[in-house]
Design a protein around this ligand. Structure first.
Ligand SMILES: [Zn+2]
Length: 497
């Protein structure tokens, strides 16, 4: 028997409705063909997991194109169309046995609120109802009824901070192969809740920890085949924004329906406790000035590139400058023009530049005189992990400006800095600082745990959880902005006979 062939690929990015900077083609890491498979094999990524499932079953994975970018503003329509066209062409021309897609699920384009749903629906229209289509999504996906109708099995990350990207891809890949084998006939039970999780939403803490434990127990006991709990990215101003709870039975639906009903009721009941509180910036800087055993790694809650914000907030930088230049610290700021100015002055030059605060308007731009201690373009790095260990990334044009012991890392494009290797790629060692700022609220806590104390600080901005300050229109009503009286419904979806 010829090896079974799985079509994989697509586009993965998490969008932020209120970030006015569209994400263009040059923000993406683009791979395809045998190179994409070789790069992903063995990594803790969704494609890596799909490949692992295929390798274990002697199946082949074909990747026409894979675009991956960090979070940011909505993705330009032409970029999505390019990837979609490549996937549809492959589906039309190749004799694939199944499709397994490593996506994010929380992307937007200026014209589409659910591009992943469009991709899956158009693939379904080409391959017909019998070819298994599965997908691996981030836990923060915006999951729609249209997507679920067209997809035979959707697997979501079960961890936040995310550590199970590879395992999620493996679930999606293995499910597609099991459907081909005839050992799996997934029946979906799912529900939607119009509410957001706002801070108390780590899966290794209550209340989500207990919900995931119940879902996992049902899977391990064989009552359901797979289960996911999606906590939507909070900055998507789209219809139907909220939580999606789902479970797949194998041929039978009763246990999946019961599990989804129970988890949905618990999630709704826990809604107030899913709203968190963060320590103040000043209390953290007080500690850093007084001296701590290890560097304080501060997640800038209000300007998290990891959540799609622009990465140019000067809130923390202003607070550090107010404390004087003697505290060894690193602050990243996105500002393409300042990078050009520093690089033009050259390594070792002393320059006065104004930067930041262009899109993040909570604090004004900073004017600073300092020495250019590093500059370049195209610095490459490999995530040390554990989150996304082995993942490659490239930093575009950058310059590092130093005033006293304060280093400002200026980049032309935004980065989340969820791995310390970002700073090392630009010649700055985070372990030698007293304060390191990242543009992430959760994921950095895994990858910096070995070098410092990780704290997400309560700062204002586009990705702050003070959602009443954000211009939501389409997504409302939702809890906690609106007072809702709801009765969650469990819906079913079966594969066509
Ligand atoms: Zn996520």
């Amino acid at each position: 028997m010829a090896a079974r062939r799985i079509l994989a690929g697509g586009i993965a990015q998490e969008s932020h409705s209120f970030n006015p900077v569209l994400t263009g083609r040059d923000s993406f890491t683009i791979t395809g063909g045998a190179d994409a498979v070789a790069r992903a094999r063995g990594t803790n990524s969704t494609l890596g997991g799909i490949i692992a499932a295929a390798d274990a079953a002697g199946a082949e994975v074909t990747v026409p194109l894979l675009f991956r970018a960090q979070s940011g503003g909505p993705v330009e329509d032409a970029v999505f169309e390019e990837v979609k066209d490549a996937m549809l062409d492959a589906a039309r021309s190749g004799d694939f046995d199944a499709i397994a897609l490593p996506l994010h699920g929380g992307m937007l384009t200026p014209t589409l609120a659910d591009p992943e749903g469009v991709l899956v629906q158009e693939l379904r229209a080409i391959v017909g109802p019998k070819v298994p289509i599965t997908a691996a999504f981030d836990l923060h996906a915006h999951v729609t009824a249209e997507l679920l109708e067209a997809c035979d099995l959707l697997a979501g990350y079960l961890t936040n901070p995310h550590a199970d990207q590879g395992e999620t891809g493996r679930r999606a890949g293995a499910a597609a192969l099991a459907m081909l084998d005839g050992t799996l006939d997934p029946v979906l039970a799912w529900s939607h809740l119009p509410m957001l999780t706002l801070g108390n939403d780590r899966t290794d803490e209550e209340p989500l920890q207990g919900l995931h434990a119940r879902a996992r127990a049902a899977v391990e006991a064989g009552q359901v085949h797979d289960a996911s709990i999606f906590n939507a990215q909070q900055f998507l101003d789209v219809a139907g924004l909220g939580q999606v709870v789902m479970a797949y039975g194998n041929r039978r639906s009763a246990a999946a329906e019961a599990l989804v009903a129970e988890l949905t009721a618990s999630l709704w009941q826990a809604r107030a406790s899913l709203i968190g509180a963060y320590p103040s910036l000043e209390s953290c800087l007080d500690r850093a000035v007084a001296g701590t055993d290890r560097p304080l790694i501060l997640g800038d809650q209000g300007d998290r590139v990891a959540a799609g914000a622009p990465g140019d907030s000067t809130v923390i930088l202003h607070a550090l400058l107010a404390r004087g230049p003697g505290l060894p610290a690193i602050v990243p700021i996105t500002d393409a023009e300042a990078v050009v100015a520093c690089r033009a002055a050259g390594l070792g030059a002393t320059v006065t530049v104004t930067f930041g605060g262009r899109f993040s308007r909570m604090a004004p731009p900073v004017t600073m005189t300092g020495e250019v201690i590093a500059e370049g373009a195209g610095a490459s790095l490999v995530y040390a992990g554990p989150a996304e260990a082995g993942q490659r990334a490239t930093v575009g044009p950058y310059a590092v400006l130093r005033a006293g012991d304060l280093k400002v890392v200026l980049t032309a494009f935004p980065y989340s800095y969820i791995d310390p290797e970002y700073y090392r790629a630009m010649g700055v060692e985070p372990a030698e600082q007293r304060v390191v700022v990242t543009r992430s609220g959760y994921h950095f806590t895994l990858n910096y745990a070995a070098i410092g104390e990780c704290i997400t600080v309560d700062t204002p901005g586009m990705s702050s959880y003070r959602v009443a300050e954000l211009p939501f229109t389409v997504a409302r009503p939702f809890y906690p902005l609106d007072d809702l009286d709801i009765t969650p419904q469990v819906r079913l979806r079966r594969r066509p006979a």
